[in-house]
Ligand binder design. Structure first.
Ligand code: FAD
Ligand code: ZN
Length: 477
């Protein structure tokens, strides 16, 4: 620590800010905060500090700033890029937002909500529902991830196709700067062209510029009906055509368009045998569609059935099921939402969270599959994800029976093979999971020197001491 104060004195200052019970230092209390969700990164913290108000966050930041203590902000710790894990030095504090869990205001006339950063996403969805409104961000970690984490990673999920990612859902922010000043930008306006849009810098900044303490977010009318369908297809090219047809036929009624490739199916059967796959024959992929309707269920069903019949007549869809009840709909969604964990249970796998234009998805996948078959014969390429946004979780599993360590050691080469092809399609190597520490160095390879230099200038302007989440997104100097 670059200060003449000793650790105990600094901890006393933090205790004075937030109360002794909210500064955790014992290993058994801090352990859950110093390892990431995937158990890929293990760090060490000087302390886990849990402020309960924005003023307390500001107090913590003033002390951290005065004593050159780096700060790693953490919400639900569900991030997939190691962004919320401190390094191994034991010098950094984890600033947990879990006590910032109030929903401050819901304005149904303006369709907005002001929520603190530590509000769990599902609690926000429930609060909106209690006011007969919809907060549309939805992802499998919604029972644990927080509004602050969703903002700091610009989270996506399954409803981006219709409602956009967290960025599109945000109207204003409250942020504590690295030196402990509070910026109240909690405007609930849909129009505001008064200079640089500062909130956009903090959204997606992964805790490297400041601490987001609250946000003003958009609410939407709750649809009257929701239907789910699964359709089996012969190729990814057909899925892209079906997506265009579905958009044309259903307009904003199409809220989700997910895909699951064939190699995911045996993983689900092996690790989640209670889940029932709806098709008996095997197909190269299936699409999972969600349709919402503001008129009635009958109207929604007519639209969906017409789409399905037309697509079957055109030969795009080989087989299909439409859920008849909420339970059936949840059963179809469980299949989609269990893939990630089934891959984890299967053993060594190398993840990619890529985005390419919808028009390039099919070419990208066939090129990447061919290149992997040449490079790593037997590797299982089990992709799935949000085709509606051109975003696939393009995951590569070790060949059956292969040594996991040998396979995992090839991560760098396999990443380069996949990401070079993504880049050739003008795509992104991190569609929704951020860079954190996982993709920090690779990002240097795909961004231009000018873009990287502009990013560094923003970092230097907003965090001149470099104390906010050092080593994440950009390498620390
Ligand atoms: P954390 O993991 O605690 O932190 C993530 C990053 O945000 C870190 O860099 C941290 O420093 C920073 N941060 C957190 N809070 C703040 C704050 N208040 N101020 C400033 N910086 C902050 N993501 C998607 O986008 N789409 C998905 O479909 C999706 N599915 C997932 C499924 C599973 C099963 C899991 C485990 C994760 C999934 N994720 C998905 C990733 C993850 O859930 C999201 O990135 C989520 O938004 C992270 O929220 P969190 O509160 O857990 O953040
Ligand atoms: Zn996803």
């Amino acid at each position: 620590m670059t200060t003449d104060m000793d650790v105990d004195q600094i901890l006393t200052l933090f205790r004075d800010c937030v109360g002794g019970a909210h500064v955790l230092t014992a290993h058994e209390d801090t352990a859950a905060y110093t390892e990431d969700w995937r158990k890929k990164y293990l760090g060490k913290a000087l302390a886990v500090v849990c402020p309960g108000t924005t003023d307390e966050v500001a107090c913590v930041m003033r002390i951290a700033h005065a004593h050159a203590t780096p700060v790693v902000t953490q919400g639900g710790n569900t991030g997939l890029s190691g962004g919320a894990t401190p390094d191994t030095s034991g010098r950094q504090i984890v600033l947990s937002t879990r006590r910032l869990h109030r929903i401050r205001h819901i304005d149904t006339a303006n369709d907005t909500v002001i929520a603190e950063a530590g509000v769990v996403l599902q609690a926000l969805q429930d609060a909106a529902r209690a006011h007969d409104r919809l907060f549309p961000l939805a992802l499998a970690a919604q029972g644990s991830c927080t509004v602050g984490g969703n903002l700091a990673t610009n989270a996506g999920g399954v409803a981006v196709l219709r409602y956009g990612s967290m960025r599109e859902l945000t109207l204003g922010l409250e942020v504590v700067t690295p030196d402990g000043r509070i910026w109240n930008g909690l405007r609930t306006l849909r129009k505001d062209n008064t200079g640089y849009d500062l909130k956009q810098l903090y959204i997606g900044s992964e805790g490297t510029l400041g601490v987001i303490t609250a946000a003003a977010l958009k609410l939407f009318p709750r649809p009257k009906a929701m239907l789910t369908a699964m359709m089996a297809l012969g190729s990814l090219g057909d899925a892209v055509k079906l997506l265009a047809d579905a958009r044309g036929a259903l307009g904003p009624g199409l809220t989700a368009f997910e895909v699951i490739s064939a190699p995911c199916v045996p993983l689900l059967a092996r690790h989640y045998p209670a889940l029932r796959w709806p098709f008996t024959e095997s197909h190269p992929l299936v699409a999972l569609l969600e349709i919402t309707d503001h008129d009635s269920e009958t109207h929604a069903r007519e639209g969906l059935e017409r789409l399905l019949v037309d697509a079957m007549e055109r030969g795009l869809v080989v087989d299909g099921v439409v859920a008849e009840s909420l339970a059936q709909s949840q059963a179809l969604w469980s299949l989609r939402e269990s893939i990630s964990e089934a891959q984890g249970l299967e053993g060594a796998h190398i993840k990619h969270d890529i985005c390419v234009p919808a028009s390039s998805v099919a070419d990208f996948v066939s090129q990447a599959e061919e290149a992997l078959a040449r490079d790593t014969p037997g590797a299982r390429v089990a992709w799935f994800g949000h085709l509606g946004d051109g975003n696939l979780h393009f995951n590569v599993l070790a060949p059956e029976g292969a040594d996991s360590k040998t396979f995992a050691a090839r991560q760098g080469e396999i990443n380069a093979l996949v990401h070079d092809l993504v880049s050739a399609c003008n795509g992104s190597i991190s569609a929704e999971h951020g860079l954190g520490q996982l993709r920090r160095d690779e990002n240097q390879r795909y961004k231009t020197p000018l873009e990287l230099s502009l990013m560094r200038q923003v970092k230097a302007a907003l965090d001149p001491s470099g104390l906010m989440n050092p080593g994440k997104v950009l390498a620390s100097d």
